[in-house]
Design a protein around this ligand. Structure first.
Ligand SMILES: Nc1ncnc2c1ncn2[C@@H]1O[C@H](COP(=O)(O)OP(=O)(O)O)[C@@H](O)[C@H]1O
Ligand SMILES: [Mg+2]
Length: 453
């Protein structure tokens, strides 16, 4: 409606309100009640619902503190100590309806009955259904973990016990079960790291002057830029990115923003190569800021190299309050340079550095690109080749980050280990004489070539 009518309407409403108020006041006067006591009464009525809220909040925070005290110590080899505040823990969670909870419980009971009758497959299916209905049911998680463990899928079983313990740290059965699976899973993961180390040794044995190696390393450089910006929706093709970086000429028809994103990652990688690789174990907050300044600076010069000053959200994850970001960053680099961290396998350290950075999400934008570069700094400082998370792996990558937020970071470490092995496979195949093509891994991001001793 035109403003005049709105103003007139508001005036009419105001007039009516004034008349009503005056009538009420007059009525009160008649009843011998002063205007002051009327106002005091209104304030009291407004404040009444807040009585007890503070107590309830304190009790909740005390409960969270207690819960935190009872958290089992982090698994020995991950050293994951992402700092959090009670505020982080209060992050909004997706509500599960009462109906779903009841259906999950019914399916659990039915599964137990089936298991008793020896119908394991049916029991398995019912438990998967129960978990879909109520992903936070500790009993379902533990029971499904037990079935998987009996079926020899110890990695998945361990994951389910870990999830159960993240929800209920004192769950006796989950604690005992995880105590059983943890060393086995550790062994499996260490074996995989051993396979990766074998491939790194093979790569290192190739003379640095090898022309095939130089060519494929150059190729992976452009691949990294292509995938790291494409993962976030940049539409530049690999050849367009190569053209922009090599010629410094713009590609017609493509947005300046997208081209600046590619130039930014290139600048950050050149900065890393020139400054950060000669001093292993020394990463400062300023280095991370300098990486970010280049990653984002061409597209957004104001935010490039600057910690965020407002709250951000990533899917269901609520990163720390902006006031806490600087402290979290200090904690992160303190951990990254600590003896405890440097004793981890480089792949594990690189994955955790990546995870911790995106968990804090210190920037308004460019967190993913910066985290993937920080991960490569860690790998290269340990003489591993830089790796690429391919855009086709986006869903798997995000799911692993979600799982880490839910309390189990190991699937993310395994995901990064797989990416490392795939990168190594590509380098090894390309430097093998009479190579017939890239490994299947690069077409279907799930396989890797077996190690040759
Ligand atoms: N659930 C999650 N928890 C933590 N980090 C996440 C989650 N999902 C995605 N991410 C990370 O956040 C990044 C996106 O954040 P953003 O600041 O937009 O980075 P960029 O602009 O470099 O893509 C993703 O690339 C990924 O690394
Ligand atoms: Mg972004």
């Amino acid at each position: 409606p035109p403003p005049k009518i709105a103003v007139g309407g508001a005036a009419v409403r105001d007039g009516r309100r004034r008349v009503a108020l005056m009538a009420a006041v007059a009525a009160c006067r008649r009843a011998g009640v002063s205007l002051l006591s009327l106002l005091l009464g209104a304030v009291l009525v407004l404040l009444l619902p807040l009585v007890g809220v503070e107590d309830r909040c304190c009790a909740r925070l005390r409960g969270l503190d207690l819960l935190r005290c009872q958290l089992p110590p982090a698994a020995p080899s991950t050293g994951l100590t992402v700092p959090y505040t009670a505020r982080d823990l209060l992050a909004v969670k997706v509500e599960i309806s009462k109906g779903s909870v009841l259906e999950a419980q019914a399916a659990l009971q039915q599964a137990l009955e089936m298991k008793k009758q020896g119908k394991r497959e049916k029991a398995h299916r019912l438990l998967v259904h129960a978990l879909n209905m109520d992903p936070d049911s500790v009993d379902v998680l533990t029971e499904l973990g037990t079935i998987l463990e009996e079926e020899k899928d110890v990695v998945q079983a361990d994951h389910l016990y870990t999830r159960a313990l993240a929800i209920s740290p004192c769950h006796q059965r989950a604690l005992v079960s995880r105590h059983r699976t943890l060393p086995l899973v550790e062994e499996i993961d260490q074996h995989h790291f051993g396979v990766i180390d074998g491939k790194v040794r093979r790569l290192m044995s190739i003379p640095t002057g090898n022309s095939a190696l130089r060519r494929v390393m150059e190729e992976t450089y452009y691949h990294h830029i292509y995938h790291t910006v494409a993962i976030e929706g940049n539409t530049l093709t690999l050849s367009e990115i190569r053209h922009i970086i090599q010629t410094r000429y713009a590609v017609p028809g493509k947005s300046l923003q997208e081209q600046n994103e590619a130039v930014g990652v290139d600048a950050a990688m050149k900065y890393i190569n020139a400054t950060l690789l000669s001093r292993p174990g020394h990463v400062a907050v300023d280095h991370v800021l300098e990486i970010h300044r280049r990653v984002l600076g061409y597209a957004d010069p104001v935010e490039g190299g600057r910690l965020r000053t407002s709250q951000v959200f990533v899917g269901h994850h609520v990163p720390p309050h902006p006031q806490d970001v600087a402290r979290h960053m200090q904690d992160l680099v303190h951990w990254l340079n600590s003896d405890e961290a440097l004793q981890l396998h480089p792949v594990e350290l690189a994955a955790l550095a990546h995870y911790k950075l995106v968990h804090v999400h210190p920037f308004l934008d460019g967190n993913g690109r910066t985290a993937r570069l920080l991960m490569n700094v860690v790998l290269m400082q340990a003489s591993y080749p830089p790796i690429t998370i391919r855009k086709e792996q986006r869903a798997e990558y995000y799911a692993a980050l979600d799982t880490a937020n839910a309390g189990d970071v190991r699937p993310f470490i395994r995901f990064i280990a797989k990416c490392t092995e795939m990168t190594l496979d590509t380098l090894l195949i390309a430097t093998t004489e009479h190579a017939v093509g890239l490994p299947g891994a690069c077409r279907d991001c799930g396989q890797t070539i077996p190690v040759r001793s």
